[in-house]
Write a protein that binds this ligand. Sequence first.
Ligand SMILES: Nc1ncnc2c1ncn2[C@@H]1O[C@H](COP(=O)(O)OP(=O)(O)OP(=O)(O)O)[C@@H](O)[C@H]1O
Ligand SMILES: [Mg+2]
Length: 248
Amino acid sequence: MANPFIRIRNLRQSFGSQEVLRGIDLDIYRGETLVILGASGCGKSVMVKHLPGLMRPTVGEIWIGDLEITHLREREMGPVRHQIGMMFQGGALFDSMTVFENVAFPLREESDCGEEEIRTRVTRALEIVKLASHADKFPSDISGGMRKRVALARAVVDVPSCIIYDEPHAGLDPMTADTIDRLIKTLQKEHDITNIVITHEIRSVFRIADRVVFMKDGLVYWTGSPDELERTQDSHLRDFIEGNAQED
Ligand SMILES: Nc1ncnc2c1ncn2[C@@H]1O[C@H](COP(=O)(O)OP(=O)(O)OP(=O)(O)O)[C@@H](O)[C@H]1O
Ligand SMILES: [Mg+2]
């Protein structure tokens, strides 16, 4: 395979006496959809928050292309954050802002785009998630699935090369979850975006993943293809897959 786009080496993170990440090693390749699985509390969200530099590790290295980011100062993080968009767990939107303003927010905060450029980019992002006609509504006036799509538009508006989705399917009915999956694959195929998706939705894993990572107790426990996941006899993985399947 080509050189990894993102390389994580011996990533460790502790909060007080709790060691949450215990030496993560992981390569992420340009243009792939990587799905991260693992039990609640195993450190998935904490791990991905390190990639755009939202958390600093206790120990370890993170390479984004040729740049090692863990030693960068806050003001040097700008270019890294432009490359990596994030759809946060819970996808919190600002209730007092319209859909348009929610999506425009990262551009206003972290770029020097003029109003016209902002309007063009926000409209384009809302078209991708099929919400262009809802730009002037407030989050309270649209459905939960639409709010997720607004959060996705906000993650793509800065035209990143990589998007992290932290539980984009949570709380969605199966049809709306399908819509999110199609959007994730469209972004990969048509916009050449590298996708990192954390999910508990096992159906989606088999639909979108090129590669799967299973985390356990702050470590990468297993990596493989969706086919290998389906065939695995590993008891932790089987429990996880079947446990999830039963929730359907
Ligand atoms: N900022 C923080 N300060 C202290 N502890 C934290 C912080 N963020 C996360 N933790 C702890 O780190 C552990 C891992 O949390 P994390 O959010 O990564 O879990 P997760 O794998 O994403 O779980 P879930 O599937 O429920 O979202 C948890 O025990 C959590 O309480
Ligand atoms: Mg999480």
